[in-house]
Design a protein around this ligand. Structure first.
Ligand code: SF4
Length: 370
């Protein structure tokens, strides 16, 4: 199944409307975090280190709807924590579908199979399954042996029942480009609608601080992975953002394009940094000193960032800002990025072993979820 035309049309019409209104800053995707607790404890996660009393809390459906209405973005991504642990997640999803929002419900899929009955297939709902590569790499990344198989079973079942399913993959230092490419084949064989990629961000709260990619290493890694593509690989993200990851174009960060709302309010400035909170979306837009953020600002926390939450909205804005941007996007969508140098480098590459042992952080899924 491909991205519904209605979703593409909704996004295009929304962006053009914002431009006609002359809005300098507008949101494209709301990152709605209804809770931080999770049934995994990944080494690269910046969310699950909150104290227990915070991990026990969650947004009510009404608080979620208020944020969605206030923001007005046509797409709502629901990360976490693990959103399927929210006891009213199906009510939140139903309320968003009633508002005609396109939803990406991000999940590690450990409990997806048993929760599928709570949902009905809809063009507005996509399960965005977190899979960080082939079995060995994913289990290593999420610090949980067997996590890959459970997620794959859930993907198969969701696809079988007619749900939209995408994957989201975060790549860290040491990722094996050959294995990532083989992973793309496996995911397309499973029948997912498309795949999303992002380099990891150096969360201050993450337990393992050794796995972050620097900018130049990020570009090299994505060039090896995304050059000489197979036509059957489908990606569920901006083609120009992918060119940015490959180092083929530069973009500035537009963190207001993917604002984050969670238990603390509207997070400044973006999904990955926490520089305080605003009470309203308007306050976030109007009272944040945006000049302090983005790689060119000199802010060390932004120096190596190439996250989708900062740069994908810039890429989408670029698509609709001129005929040139639009034509660039069409060319990028159909290009296979033939690159002999990248192919030769890939050929010579020997997979490096993981630099440390897989550590499973204590407790069963249910213990951590309670
Ligand atoms: S560069 Fe990255 S960390 Fe800095 S504001 Fe943008 S998205 Fe956030």
């Amino acid at each position: 199944m491909a991205i519904p035309i209605s979703q593409m049309w909704t996004v295009a019409a929304y962006v053009l409307k914002q431009r006609l209104k002359g809005r300098k800053r507008y949101p494209l995707v709301l990152m709605l975090e209804p809770l931080f607790r999770c049934n995994l404890a990944c080494a690269g996660c910046g969310k699950i280190q909150y104290p227990h009393h915070i991990l026990k809390q969650q947004l009510t459906p009404e608080e979620c709807f208020r944020a969605v209405d206030e923001c007005g973005a046509p797409i709502v991504s629901i990360p976490g924590g693990e959103p399927l642990l929210h006891p009213q997640i199906h009510e939140i999803v139903e309320g968003l579908i009633a508002r005609k929002k396109y939803i990406y419900l991000c999940t590690n899929a450990l409990v997806l199979k048993e929760k599928l009955d709570l949902f009905k297939p809809s063009k507005y709902l996509s399960f965005s399954v977190h899979l960080d590569g082939q079995k060995e790499h994913h289990d290593f990344s999420v610090c949980r042996e067997g996590g890959f198989e459970i997620a794959v079973e859930a993907v198969k079942e969701a696809v079988r029942r007619g749900f939209r399913v995408t994957t989201n993959t975060t790549l860290f230092d040491g990722a094996d480009p050959k294995s990532v490419r083989a992973f793309f084949d496996e995911m397309m064989d499973l029948g997912v609608e498309g795949m999303m990629l992002s380099p990891g961000y150096a969360y201050e709260k993450a337990p393992n601080q050794e796995l972050w990619l620097q900018r130049e290493r990020t570009k090299r890694l994505f060039r090896l992975i995304l050059s000489n593509r197979k036509r059957r690989w489908v990606f569920n993200q901006s083609a120009l953002f992918m060119e940015f990851l490959m180092g083929l174009r530069e973009f500035s960060c537009t963190p207001w394009g993917m604002p984050t709302y969670n238990l603390f309010g509207w997070q400044r400035p973006c999904y990955v940094q926490q520089d305080g909170y605003a009470e309203t979306f308007e306050e976030l837009l109007e009272e944040t000193d945006w000049s302090r953020y983005g790689p060119e600002s000199g802010n060390p926390k932004c120096a190596n960032c190439m996250m989708h939450s900062g740069f994908e909205a810039t890429a989408v804005h670029h698509t609709f800002s001129s005929w040139r941007g639009f034509l660039d996007t069409i060319r990028a969508t159909f290009s296979l990025y033939e690159d002999r140098e990248a192919a030769e480098e890939l050929e010579k590459l020997q997979p490096a072993p993981h630099p440390w042992e897989l550590v499973q952080i204590g407790g069963t899924n249910r213990e951590r979820a309670s």
